[in-house]
Design a protein around this ligand. Structure first.
Ligand code: FES
Length: 128
């Protein structure tokens, strides 16, 4: 399968609220495609923003694996802010690790994760 049709915008922005690179993308057939070259120069984390989701997705590269964590707090659904050490909710102070586990309440449930795969030098994030 070619993923060329999935690619939309590869624009890298430095967004507000986070110092991480942000890639804007459009989902097609419930999937988002990001070029693996986005992780060039030793990058291990970036944020994907799409109009199809209320909040962003944090992509974490661990060796050759990619983890996609939905940046929506499991307490009351507020958007989360990733830092270099953890993921924080500014609403009521919940803190999560990079596996999505709760480090600090009031949130009780881990963060949602999306399945990822690599096809033709693209990282594919499945939103279903
Ligand atoms: S919405 Fe995140 S801690 Fe309440």
């Amino acid at each position: 399968m070619s993923c060329a049709g999935l690619m939309t915008a590869g624009l890298v922005l430095h967004g507000c609220g986070t110092a991480m690179p942000i890639i804007k993308a459009t989902a097609k057939d419930e999937k988002i495609g990001i070029p693996l070259s986005s992780f060039a120069e030793g990058k291990t984390m970036l944020v994907v923003r799409t109009a199809q989701l209320e909040n962003d997705i944090l992509i974490i590269k661990k060796e050759d694996n990619y983890h996609a964590i939905y940046l929506q707090c499991t307490h009351e659904g507020v958007g989360l802010t990733p830092t270099s050490q953890k993921i924080v909710c500014t609403a009521h102070g919940s803190v999560f690790d990079f596996d999505g586990n709760v480090l600090k309440e009031p949130a009780l449930k881990p963060l949602k994760k999306f399945k990822t795969s690599v096809i033709d030098n693209n990282l594919i994030i499945s939103l279903t």
